[in-house]
Ligand binder design. Structure first.
Ligand code: UD1
Length: 428
């Protein structure tokens, strides 16, 4: 297939309203959780993005029937018989590892290829394993596959995570739903997506309390009492944050709809620190700006701290702000790849280990750039709208992983932007 690119041209005004899709990082785990309820689960508000296609394929390989109806997914897991997830799928998307907990819960065993995925930091899975080991899971590595067994069954236990890892909290929580006895996860991740997953699991018959706080308690229930459910996925706070940065960059007002503003408290506080005005509705947020952007410092932290998935977008704001901002990345190592690309457009970013010193410049210049990961890609497109001339963003398959119709939504706000094939560019 011909390589597609996004062409973003200087845009003076970005304003209007966009509907935010369901949260990618929630939807992926909700799909995995469906394994625990035999029968047809319906998930609503599921984004049309390529990561969801991969997760659907992961379930189909296990024997499930997955059918999409616009933004709903119908997942019938009654015919799931396999507990094996092959390398070619896990390597496409690291989040495939989230089937580990539900498979262990349903079959008492799993065979999942060791993950590859996004090139942002080491992204080990040691904490996933430690959590499940407390529940009685034994792990071995066999030719690149992680083999999980439960020789003495699954039982509850007390788990203290080294770091509030999102993936480890979710995997452990899903396995613990059907473990015998009570499990307590301390130093659990508090992301809104964890709470969404717990709400779905409870609707399937699980007994989980405390999700969204640092201590999650799971009273195990028998597997047979878990059943399918209908669940609506929460809105995507990172997609919402990305469009808000677009509004902040060009003045707005831009409104994002379909998002609980409390999910983005820290990011909204930072938008204000950068000189923006933020208004919150029940299910919407509006950003506007009439004064110049001013520098502000950011440090990424687990929720409710500043999300690492908005770090690149805010580095772009800092690049055009008056003064110097210090951005500290505490969640992933090597997550400053965006800096190299934005510097090609005229930004001034100095990296020192996990700190970036961003000195604001007057303007950016359009350039050919490469999206190195999902969020960096989305931020480069916004940079192209703010820059003089034309920016051609390559490797937009990263953007398609997590943003549904990114170009269409930006166009609806007035962006001068299009998708094209690389061949059509050379013919110009
Ligand atoms: C999820 C999100 C990702 C987001 C991240 C942090 C999905 C599909 N992805 O990723 O978009 O950026 O949360 O909010 O939901 N770590 C270990 N050992 C482990 C687990 C994690 O060392 O067993 C490290 C990682 O390398 C990383 C940090 O902990 O440095 C955070 O990882 P984690 O919270 O687990 O993120 P993910 O669940 O992978």
């Amino acid at each position: 297939m011909a390589e597609e690119v996004i062409i973003a041209r200087e845009t003076h005004e970005l304003k209007g309203t966009v509907q935010v899709a369901g949260a990618k990082n929630s939807a992926l785990k909700l799909i995995a959780a469906a394994i625990l309820g035999q029968g047809e689960t319906t998930l609503e508000n599921i984004p049309k993005i390529s990561d969801i296609d991969i997760m659907s394929e992961v379930l189909e390989r296990l024997g499930a029937h997955v059918q999409r109806d616009e933004h709903s997914l119908h997942i019938d897991t009654s015919s799931v018989e396999s507990f094996e997830t092959p390398y070619e799928l896990v390597t496409k998307m690291r989040a495939s590892i989230s089937v580990l907990g539900p498979l262990v819960g349903r079959f008492g065993q799993a065979r999942v290829a060791m993950p590859g995925g996004c090139q942002i930091g080491a992204r080990n899975i040691d904490m996933h394993l430690v959590g499940m080991q407390v529940l009685g899971v034994e792990f071995a590595v066999d030719h690149g596959n992680l083999v999980a067994t439960t020789p003495n069954g699954l039982h509850g236990g007390n788990i203290l995570l080294d770091f509030p890892s999102v993936g480890a909290t979710e995997n452990t929580m899903m396995a613990a739903c059907v473990a015998e006895g009570t499990t307590v996860i301390d130093n659990a991740a508090r992301e809104p997506e964890i709470e969404d997953l717990a709400n779905m699991l409870n609707a399937m018959g699980a007994h989980i309390t405390g999700a969204g706080t640092s201590t999650i308690t799971i009273e195990g229930v028998p597997l047979a009492s878990m059943h399918p459910c209908t669940h609506r996925c929460v809105g995507d706070r990172i997609e919402a944050g990305t469009f808000l940065v677009g509004g902040a960059l060009l003045g707005g007002p831009v409104t994002v709809q379909g998002i609980n503003p409390s999910f983005l408290r820290m990011a909204l506080t930072k938008l204000e620190a950068f000189g923006c005005t933020v208004e919150m509705g029940d299910d919407s947020i509006t950003v506007s700006r009439t004064q110049p952007l001013r520098a502000a410092d950011i440090q990424t932290l687990p929720h409710p701290g500043f999300p690492t998935d908005l770090q690149a977008q805010f580095m772009l704001l800092a690049s055009l702000a008056q003064g110097s901002s210090i951005i500290t990345e505490n969640v992933f190592e090597n997550r400053f790849m965006f800096a190299a690309e934005i510097c090609r457009m005229g930004a001034d970013v100095q990296i020192d280990e996990h700190h970036a010193v961003v000195t604001g410049v007057d303007h950016l210049q359009g350039a050919p750039v490469e999206s190195t990961d999902l969020r960096a890609g989305a931020a480069l497109v916004l940079a192209g709208l703010a820059a003089e001339g034309e920016t051609i963003v390559r490797h937009i398959e990263h953007i398609d992983r997590g943003y549904e119709d990114y170009v269409g939504k930006l166009r609806s706000l007035g962006a001068n932007i299009e998708r094209a094939t690389i061949e059509s560019l050379s013919a110009r």
